[in-house]
Write a protein that binds this ligand. Structure first.
Ligand code: FES
Length: 177
């Protein structure tokens, strides 16, 4: 039997000390050792995108990575998105536009699209379709997912605008002092 190794995984701002076989995939470690079952396993071959997590700001398929390779990296799973009862704008947009049915593929879509939107705050429909071309959905269809991303981009822009407008009087006050 292969000897297990002690490693530390940094997931959603928390450190998890786990003992794993060197061949254990990251998705298995996240689910089995860390108890974060929001990340799903579909094909286990890097094809479906269900296992996507964000590692150091990039969307990564956690079925194609060993847990030991993720040491020292910043991992984000779908559990990191909501702030208590407050949903991430992408989650809210998915619900508003019926972008899920069974929901199995949804965590993978969210974790693919969030870094995409951070890099492309005002994407075209074609760019969105290209971004999600590596994620498979077998029941909802992609039209509503594309609409959700467009909506999330709008929500993001509005929030940024509101922050900028709020900041202006404060800045004026600071300048006037
Ligand atoms: S389970 Fe990883 S891409 Fe399908």
């Amino acid at each position: 039997m292969t000897e297990k190794i002690d490693i530390e995984l940094h997931i959603n701002g928390r450190s998890h000390a786990v003992r794993v076989e060197p061949r254990k995939t990251l998705v298995d470690a996240i689910r089995d050792e860390c108890g974060l079952t929001g990340t799903h396993i579909g094909c286990e071959h890097g094809v479906c995108g269900a296992c996507t997590v964000i590692i150091d700001d990039d969307a990564v398929r956690s079925c194609l990575m060993f847990a030991v390779q993720a040491q020292g990296k910043r991992i984000r799973t779908v559990e990191s998105l909501a702030d208590g009862e407050k949903l991430h704008p992408m989650q809210a947009a998915f619900i508003a536009h019926h972008a899920l049915q069974c929901g199995f593929c949804t965590p993978g879509f969210l974790m693919t699209l969030i870094p995409f939107l951070e890099e492309n705050p005002d994407p075209s429909e074609d760019e969105i379709r290209h971004a999600l071309s590596g994620n498979l959905c077998r029941c909802t269809g992609y039209q509503n997912i594309v609409r959700s991303v467009l909506r999330a981009a709008e929500l993001r822009a509005t929030a940024e605008q509101a922050t900028a407008e709020q900041a202006t009087p404060q800045q004026a006050e600071q300048v006037g002092r």
